[in-house]
Design a protein around this ligand. Structure first.
Ligand SMILES: Nc1nc2c(ncn2[C@@H]2O[C@H](COP(=O)(O)OP(=O)(O)OP(=O)(O)O)[C@@H](O)[C@H]2O)c(=O)[nH]1
Ligand SMILES: [Mg+2]
Ligand SMILES: [Zn+2]
Ligand SMILES: [Zn+2]
Length: 332
């Protein structure tokens, strides 16, 4: 996973401090440095079976866990500030995640148009994440909504400091040191902020941006097994939008199998079927948005706390395992 893959960014400075730290570190022992589980029958390899759930050349599992905890901890600090800042501005923020091409931008354009008809007074703005180009922000701006593009370069996800800077530009003010310590509680009308993450079904799952909820978009052309193959993203999301259902007649896509797969990974996930191009299911999606705007705090607190405490407990248990294993004498 990208936090410790060597391209990790530390948030503020992008000097790859953390990423480089491990490159020179010697592995402690063969078992610790390459945690791979081998299937006896077929020789299938599972590199995520160690305590860190990731294998990094030359880095111990304990070090990988420590790095992830430090970097994500720093990101989460910024995410908390974003959350407070959004709240101060009456903003409900949603983090849209998916593989490339599932239809995030098309759906956003259609959503902006539909919301304009339903709630003409509602302000909607967008932060667009892509490795390169301003194509998506240009598409959003063409609808008349405000958008800021964030290009990540080699980065494979948006992080909370990036979102803080982009949001400051949307609101034409500098980022604040402490959430909404500046006073803009002057009864701002409620508004929606969509954050379209970099197309990537793996990494954005662990980066909290301060959103009220993650919405994962899965298009029917991708196959119904995706929630099982990329479980972290579906586990982290509150809602799954199954997009491009207009194409179902042309595909061998088993809708029920897909829904079952998503529920197996995340029993609480909500699922809506939509088509950004035909408009099917848009009413239900708009209703969901209205509901989140009415009760964003409850939703966010529930999913964030649940997933954070799950992850913290996981990491603590794994770190304890690694330390215990290291303390034990080597057996051959
Ligand atoms: N048939 C059909 N095509 C769709 C639908 N939604 C999006 N598309 C098409 O899917 C392609 C990708 O759509 P985008 O909106 O650019 O996808 P994206 O998720 O924003 O892609 P990235 O930003 O690159 O990750 C485009 O050709 C869209 O026209 C849909 O509901 N039905
Ligand atoms: Mg896009
Ligand atoms: Zn990554
Ligand atoms: Zn502000």
């Amino acid at each position: 996973m990208c936090v410790v893959c060597g391209c990790a960014e530390t948030g503020e400075g992008k000097e790859n401090k953390a990423g480089h730290a491990h490159a020179h570190e010697q592995p402690r022992g063969p078992e610790e440095s390459s945690h791979v589980q081998v299937d006896a029958q077929h020789g299938d390899l599972h590199f995520g079976s160690g305590a860190a759930r990731v294998s990094v050349p030359g880095m111990s599992q304990a070090r990988a866990i420590k790095l992830e905890t430090d970097i994500l901890g720093e990101n989460n600090r910024h995410a908390r500030q974003n959350r407070a800042h959004f709240e101060g501005h009456g903003v409900t923020a949603l983090n849209l995640v998916s593989s490339p091409g599932s239809g995030k931008t098309t759906l956003l354009c259609a959503t902006i148009e539909a919301l304009r008809r339903r709630r003409p007074e509602l302000q909607v703005s967008v932060i667009e994440g892509d490795q390169q180009t301003t194509l998506d922000a240009d598409r959003i701006r063409a609808t008349g909504a405000a958008a800021v593009q964030v290009n990540t370069g080699k980065g494979c996800h948006l992080d909370a400091p990036m979102v803080a800077q982009a949001f400051a530009r949307l609101r034409s003010h500098e980022p604040h040191a402490h959430g909404h310590e500046h006073h803009h509680h002057h009864e701002e009308p409620a508004s929606l902020l969509f954050i379209e993450n970099v197309g990537n079904l793996v990494c954005p799952a662990v980066w909290d941006l301060g959103e009220a909820a993650k919405v994962v978009i899965l298009s029917v052309t991708e196959g119904e097994d995706k929630p099982l193959k990329y479980p972290d993203m579906f586990a982290a999301s509150t809602l799954m939008l199954l997009n491009k259902v207009d194409l179902l007649p042309h595909l061998n896509f088993d809708l029920q199998r897909c829904i079952d797969a998503a529920r197996r990974v995340n029993p609480a996930i909500e699922i809506l079927q939509v088509s950004a191009t035909s408009g099917a299911g848009m009413e239900a999606w708009l209703n969901w948005l209205e509901q989140v705007m009415a009760e964003p705090a409850a939703l966010a607190a529930e999913s964030r706390e649940a997933s954070l405490s799950r992850r913290v407990a996981e990491l603590e248990a794994q770190l304890a395992d690694v330390l215990a294993a290291r303390a034990k004498p080597q057996q051959s």
